[in-house]
Design a protein around this ligand. Structure first.
Ligand SMILES: Cc1cc2nc3c(=O)[nH]c(=O)nc-3n(C[C@H](O)[C@H](O)[C@H](O)COP(=O)(O)OP(=O)(O)OC[C@H]3O[C@@H](n4cnc5c(N)ncnc54)[C@H](O)[C@@H]3O)c2cc1C
Length: 387
């Protein structure tokens, strides 16, 4: 089996039918590249908590971020499910690389959706080709799920916004060129594009998984931001953040499905090699049941995530579907990675076989970009109070 898996291929075929040939060729060759260039680096990146700049550059050179963007900004104008299939492969190869790229992609999408034509011209080409690397800075020390309660302030002085406040858990913070920053003005939460040099400081936060993807506390102290760097309408920032997160959750669902797939493939291989009671452990029905459940969860997750991507690509409402995809894929991935450790026995808990990395990487995903509890709130709202 190639790195671009059969189940992925079948879903792309289901969506695009006879029009899927070019997408499949592209994903197949991108899969080969990711397997050769990205996957072999993942373990060291995790062990050393090393920011995967080289991997990110390589993926930019492959046109990864430009996949879903319009040609007029240098994009490839490919459908969203194709980008999401590629994201799944990066997640399978190296979750730290995938998370950094996913967040950057969410910022690109925010500029595409909400900025004015001048801003698009100024920022989008550099962002999608990777010259301008971005971070999404919403969460604060006292405002995560309740992000609307942000305390970071922006006030107008002359021709500039003056920004003060502290942001928490900003992926790519300190390593980026640009912050897609949310701060309160007199009219409410608003969005700004802020040159990273304007941040006073950033401090890396040590963490359990996705250890190569940098997560920072970022401080803004009297940061001067040009008036024209306000994105969209003043006071609409929270709506923009929410919409950016809808798409972001689809990409998180995809990369997390990739994490689960990686753990699953390792578990299948090991189960056919490990001998206990003079049999391979794959001959035990209890192992078989585990593998069956793992594959079923992965395939169900993938279908939900690709469906949400397809809805997004078609311009349809997909908030609840994105939340469902994220909820299922992230909670399933945790179970899959946990079972992979179980199948490896003591060797799954030990470092040697590099299995617990997948569980540690997956563990973030029920928290970041909205917790599972918040996903359930969104989904239940769509059931009980449909808009
Ligand atoms: C590695 C990492 C990377 C991240 N990257 C980014 C990033 O790039 N940009 C960014 O802006 N943020 C980022 N985050 C922040 C992330 O989105 C938040 O951690 C997350 O939204 C939860 O917020 P919190 O940590 O403040 O938890 P809280 O909001 O304090 O939640 C604590 C617990 O209470 C529960 N809870 C809260 N409200 C409710 C409710 N109404 N009903 C039921 N339960 C509730 C939560 O589900 C959770 O279990 C990142 C976080 C991590 C760990």
């Amino acid at each position: 089996m190639g790195f671009f898996g059969n189940e992925q291929k079948e879903l792309i075929q289901m969506i695009y039918g006879s029009g899927s040939e070019d997408h499949l060729l592209l994903l197949d060759s991108l899969g080969d590249f990711i397997e050769k260039e990205i996957e072999p680096t993942a373990r060291e990146i995790d062990v050393n908590a090393q920011f995967p700049r080289e991997n990110i550059t390589k993926m930019f050179e492959q046109g990864f971020t430009s996949m879903g963007f319009p040609k007029e900004y240098g994009g490839l104008e490919l459908p969203w499910p194709v980008y999401v299939a590629a994201m799944e492969m990066v997640g399978k190869a190296c979750a730290s690389t995938a998370l950094s790229l996913a967040i950057h992609g969410t910022c690109c999408e925010g500029v595409r959706l909400f900025s004015n034509p001048e801003q698009k011209k100024q920022f989008l080409p550099g962002m999608i080709n990777g010259k301008t690397f971005a971070a999404f800075s919403l969460t604060e020390p006292g405002a995560g799920s309740d992000a609307r309660n942000m305390q970071t302030q922006a006030r107008m002085e002359g021709n500039e916004w003056i920004v003060n406040g502290t942001k928490m858990f900003t992926t790519n913070g300190g390593y980026c060129d640009l912050y897609f920053l949310f701060a309160k003005t007199a009219k409410g939460p608003s969005a700004f594009l802020v040159d990273s040099k304007k941040a006073k400081s950033s401090k890396d936060i040590e963490k359990l998984g996705v250890r190569g993807s940098v997560t920072s506390e970022v401080v803004f102290e009297n940061a001067k931001v040009p008036k024209e760097n306000l994105v969209g309408t003043e006071g609409e920032g929270f709506e923009y953040a929410k919409r950016m997160l809808w798409g972001g959750r689809v990409t998180i669902g995809a990369l997390t499905t990739g994490i689960a797939q990686a753990a699953f493939e390792k578990a299948v291989k090991y189960s056919k090699e490990r001998i206990a009671f003079r049999k391979t452990i794959s001959e035990f029905e209890m192992t078989q049941a585990k593998l069956a459940d793992m594959l079923t969860m992965i395939n169900a997750s993938r279908m939900m995530v690709y469906r949400a991507a397809h809805l997004k690509g078609q311009g349809k409402s997909f908030e609840s579907e994105a939340a469902q995809g994220k909820l299922l894929s992230t909670e399933s991935a945790l179970k899959v990675c946990d079972e992979a450790i179980q199948i490896f026995g003591g060797y799954g808990y030990a470092d040697e076989f590099d299995v617990h990395r997948h569980w540690r990487d997956a563990r973030l995903m029920t928290v970041g970009e909205g917790t599972s509890e918040i996903m359930r709130l969104i989904i239940s709202k769509s059931i009980l109070h449909p808009s």
